[in-house]
Design a protein around this ligand. Structure first.
Ligand code: NAD
Length: 502
């Protein structure tokens, strides 16, 4: 508790200033600082520097200098660093998960699961020596062979969002370096602590200087990445307006870009769905990570007689969810990222009501004992949401589930496909025929059948569609290998007069 000016001064003095990691050295840039805040308490955890274009430039120069030798390091040797990193991540899993909870708000269990998926991406990238192989054809014409090989691109960079501080950089980074590229990572300025710790572990692997660089910052650093002539490929994850901006500007600069954007994920509940299972899964999807998942269910479309029992079951489950600080025992849902986000979510709920929706469970301004300063919104359920209303289209990115009702599966699929988003769509049913129809017709890149968060495993791509993705190759899996390599085709013929001896 800060009780006087002296204590306040001490608290400010002791706040850690985070550092960048460039060319194998930790450094504090000359930059404006931003508070990193625990969303459950509003306590300042650290200060993050908002690095400038010159910091990005030095990181790019370091990565470019490290590239020739790293590229010549055999893939089998490159992945040895990743095997070491996997062990270090496992040994430090709880500490990293605790850091995620502190800066991002999600529960400790959710944070552990997030880090687990990060590790799975390291594991898949360890297969790069075989994943990166090319192919060839002998005798495409008499005595002529054609060979395709994959080569790294050079310097690549990632720009990450706040909601998965530990996992999302791992959709890209392990694949990029395993393929022989060198790297720059810019974490979200809202949650930079986790990657600060991860970078200490990367340093411990003994990776050569300059192969991976960490630059903290916000818009200025992002713009510098988009414009920097050395940086050849950019991976972005964040909101759709910024994704579109990053995609356009980086592509205009001739870069390879993949941008994963926002979402508004519908789930359809047919009358033949298992009600208990569907309720449990929906609640976890809509309110897990406080609804701040790009794969969170945000619209539940009931079909026919499913409406009444499902609405009652969801209302009950939403009201009883335990909300609080994610490190406290038994807490099922933490706060949203900050107070601006809480205010935005609450005003969107009000907008929904003004547009004609009615409230089933109201989670606004909850009292969470002991955490009065936290940015909490409890699970909220709205019904009678009109398909053409703003609340049905706007990504809320908070613990709010809107409910709509239609009479047939065709109406439900038409509703799913009418939206601008295409990140995920799910169906709950016990009919195989309905499931097949849905997976065939639904316009989304990640489909769940009796699944509420259809998150692809690390060895599958994270396939958003429509306004949820800008680009071609997605993060993770084989797409990542293709994104971080360029193919080269060689057509070759050798002359030899076999009548002459060597
Ligand atoms: P955001 O777009 O605000 O920020 C993402 C990154 O872009 C950050 O690193 C930030 O520093 C930078 N940035 C923000 N504004 C910028 C600007 N004007 N110019 C240049 N750079 C800018 O996103 P967020 O709030 O951190 O993350 C939440 C969003 O991310 C949600 O929309 C969510 O759906 C989306 N998301 C998508 C996926 C996916 O796989 N599709 C995964 C996770 C999150």
């Amino acid at each position: 508790m800060r009780d006087n000016g002296q204590t306040l001064h001490l608290a400010i003095f002791m706040t850690e200033i985070l550092q960048n990691y460039i060319n194998g050295k930790w450094e504090t840039p000359q930059a404006d600082l931003l508070d990193v805040v625990n969303p459950a308490t509003s306590e300042v955890l650290a200060s993050v520097p908002l690095s400038s274009a010159s910091d990005i430039d030095r990181a790019a120069q370091a990565a470019a200098a490290a590239f020739p030798s790293w590229r010549r390091t055999p893939a089998g040797d490159r992945v040895q660093y990743l095997f070491r990193l996997k062990t270090l991540l496992e040994e430090n899993l709880d500490d990293l998960a605790r850091t995620i909870t502190l800066e991002c708000g999600k529960t400790f269990g959710e944070a552990r699961a997030e880090m687990q998926r990060a590790i799975e991406n390291v594991e898949v990238a360890c297969g790069t020596p075989i994943l990166m192989q090319g192919y060839n054809s002998e005798d495409i014409a008499r005595g002529i062979d054609e060979i395709l090989i994959r080569q790294p691109i050079g310097v690549a960079a990632a720009i990450a969002p706040f909601n998965f501080p530990g996992m999302i950089p791992f959709w890209f980074l392990p694949y990029a370096i395993a393929c022989g590229n060198t790297y720059i990572l810019k974490p979200s300025e809202k949650v930079p602590l986790t990657m600060q710790k991860v970078m200490r572990l990367i340093e411990k692997t003994g990776l050569p200087d300059g192969v991976v660089n960490l630059v903290n910052g916000a818009k200025e650093a992002v713009d510098a990445i988009l414009d920097h002539p050395i940086i050849r490929a950019i991976s972005f994850v964040g909101s759709s307006p910024v994704a579109q901006y990053v995609y356009s500007r980086a592509a205009a600069n001739g870069k390879r870009v993949q941008c994963q954007g926002g979402a508004k994920n519908p789930i359809i509940i047919l009358p033949d769905a298992d009600l208990d299972m569907t309720t449990r899964i929906t609640i976890d999807s809509a309110f897990g990570c406080a609804g701040q998942r790009c794969l969170a269910a945000s619209l539940a479309v009931t079909v026919g007689s499913a409406q009444k029992p499902f609405t009652e079951a969801i209302a009950e489950a939403a009201s009883s969810r335990k909300v609080g600080f994610g490190l406290d025992e038994g807490v099922q849902m933490g706060p949203v990222i900050n107070q601006q986000s809480r205010d935005r979510i609450e005003s969107l709920i009000q907008e929904g009501l003004d547009e004609g929706a009615s409230i089933v469970v109201d989670g606004r301004r909850p009292e969470i004992a002991g955490y009065e300063q936290g940015s909490f919104v409890r699970p909220t359920v709205l019904r009678n949401v009109r398909p053409d209303s703003q609340i049905a289209k706007t990504e809320i990115f908070g613990p709010v589930l809107g409910m709509l009702h239609v009479e047939t599966i065709d109406d439900a699929i038409a509703l799913v496909n009418s939206g601008q988003w295409g990140n995920m769509a799910c169906l709950f049913t016990s009919s195989g025929a309905a499931a097949r129809k849905f997976r065939y017709e639904a316009e989304a890149g990640n489909i769940g059948i009796n699944i509420g968060v259809a998150a692809p495993m690390a060895f599958f791509p994270f396939s958003g569609w429509k306004d949820s993705f800008f680009g071609d190759l997605h993060g993770q899996g084989r797409d990542a290998i293709e994104f971080f390599t360029q193919s080269k085709v060689i057509v070759e013929r050798w002359f030899q007069d076999w009548s002459r001896q060597f």
